[in-house]
Write a protein that binds this ligand. Sequence first.
Ligand code: PEP
Ligand code: MN
Length: 334
Amino acid sequence: MIAILKAGTSEEQKNNLCNWFEKMGLKTHVSVGDYQTIIGLIGDTSKVDIGLLESMSIIETVKRISEPYKNANRKFHTEDAVIDCGNGVKIGGGNFALIAGPCSVESREQIVEIAKSVKASGAALLRGGAYKPRTSPYDFQGLHEQGIDLLLEAKKVTGMPIVTEIMNVNDIDVFEPVDVVQVGARNMQNFDLLKALGRTKKTVLLKRGLANTIKELLMSVEYIMAGGNENVILCERGIRTFETYTRNTLDISAVPVLHELTHLPVIVDPSHATGISRMVEPMAMAAAAAGADGIMIEVHNDPEHALCDGAQSLRPEQFESVCKKVNKIREALK
Ligand code: PEP
Ligand code: MN
């Protein structure tokens, strides 16, 4: 349920109303916009007397929210969320960012060289996996803590905030210096991990699961937000369909659908969505045209010898071309 307050409601009146709701055992979520203040109510709202509420002088309207996701619901928030990614980089509400880097961190030379080149092309954040969720246990699993240290070195050299994936709830402390903690597709419904991240203030990039619906993605992000962490970004990375030509099927419509349902930023990963490097540029352009708040692309300085996902990785010069085209599309949309 949401209660929209009349313009001119004082801070004290708003607080009194919130206290009244909280005494009924409800949690309140206040969203103050330029034109409206909305109090979102979470919990069993069946006890709330809507007639009584509507009769209050400070109440404009009261609406029931039928969707099971509340904190993530656009109806709870008047404006798009702007998420802080560190070092002054923001995503959402008109702030667009390109995130680029290798699938996995392999060495100091590799990550620093790639970081420098993607920054020069226009990337705002550096990605790189340190803990890798691999289908085969015999494949490279990542450099773990050493990988995070190397990302931090690349950050020191370039000033770019870093994005890297967490797989295990027990590793949360290791991710303390990480700017944006990624929850990958395979862990989208690792509810213990989501709850643990909800207890932190870390910025979380939550990727859609391989076979999950948009509603399930929103329920997963609700787990993080219910714990009090609203610093979240959603990522469409392709879903599994009957099509086998591409690694996954990029659901571009997820961008406008999510923008309708939630105030949270939505980015697109065309690398894992297609699995084919030559498909990344057209899909990145499609993502920009659909209004994505950011795009995450795998870039490697030597894709043929990459320890992970070489076939979908762009060379630095190919990434530069993508940046230029994406910028042109964004200009055209203005
Ligand atoms: C990744 O971004 O490196 C990754 C493993 O992606 P996903 O979880 O989308 O498969
Ligand atoms: Mn990858």
